[in-house]
Design a protein around this ligand. Sequence first.
Ligand code: AVJ
Length: 314
Amino acid sequence: MNELAAETARSSEFARLAVEGLSTSPKRAEAKFFYDEEGSRLFDRICELEEYYPTRTETAILRARAPELAEWVPEGAALVELGSGSSTKTRILLDALPGLGAYVPLDISAEHMQASARALAAHYPALDIHPVAADFTRAIELPGDLRAMPKLLFFPGSTIGNFTPPEAVELLRRLRGIDNVAGFVLGVDLRKDEDVLVRAYDDAEGVTAAFNKNLLRRMNTELGADFDLDRFGHEARWNEACSRIEMHLVSTCDQSVRVAGHRIDFARGESIHTESSHKYSVDGFREMAATAGWSADETWVDDRGLFSVHVLRP
Ligand code: AVJ
């Protein structure tokens, strides 16, 4: 598929899934649709927020521990990153593993990823960079010349938390099936005090609220929807039974909205569940990885027990 055809396929998928999600009860949307250009930019701002501990904590863990990877990652291996975004944490691995032969960022936000890849190329002129615009919730197709290369998979940020546990097992199993994988480094956010979690997803400055509402703005511009962004409120809820933070957009009044030619009715207080961010215990995640066929080699956790980075081996 060429870029234009791929883009068209992605936008009709957005239309179909948006309408489908808004036609069910409770209403929902898929988190991957947050990441258009503006959404990726807002997400980068979230990562800098005082309340949003994951990025800072994971970065510190990787800085401290990445040098240990040099003991076993084969010379010339390709670093394959899922949901690469701005590729900020990538640099930590590239610096710790100067022998890496290639970098393959995969992201749904093609332009954002390409700009990040260019910035990275300027810093690592000798590195072979192959960006892949892809939705890894579907299929993971790596460039053919990569098949024979040993690979180090990298999935930081606790993006795995966006999947329900069964979906996460399925994704981990699919990744386990990639040829020639030497190892997998992935970040997983941990269960903690509800207040800390709610604050991380409902910051004082309102950046997360803007990130959440960007989904409505995106439906307005791309699907000809007529959401009034002032008639929805941002809410972060801890769901104890499912061990997850949920983001919702709550209708402030009875209203109906048109989305891609469909009429969607909202009662006051009714919400669109836009994201789930699952939180794990170290052992709970290790068991899940084992279920998916990985051997959980090591788990690195910060002193405060906020975040974990798992090193899995085939
Ligand atoms: C990119 C999915 C890991 O769940 O913490 C941040 C997204 N949403 N603030 C997360 C997010 C609201 C983030 N992930």
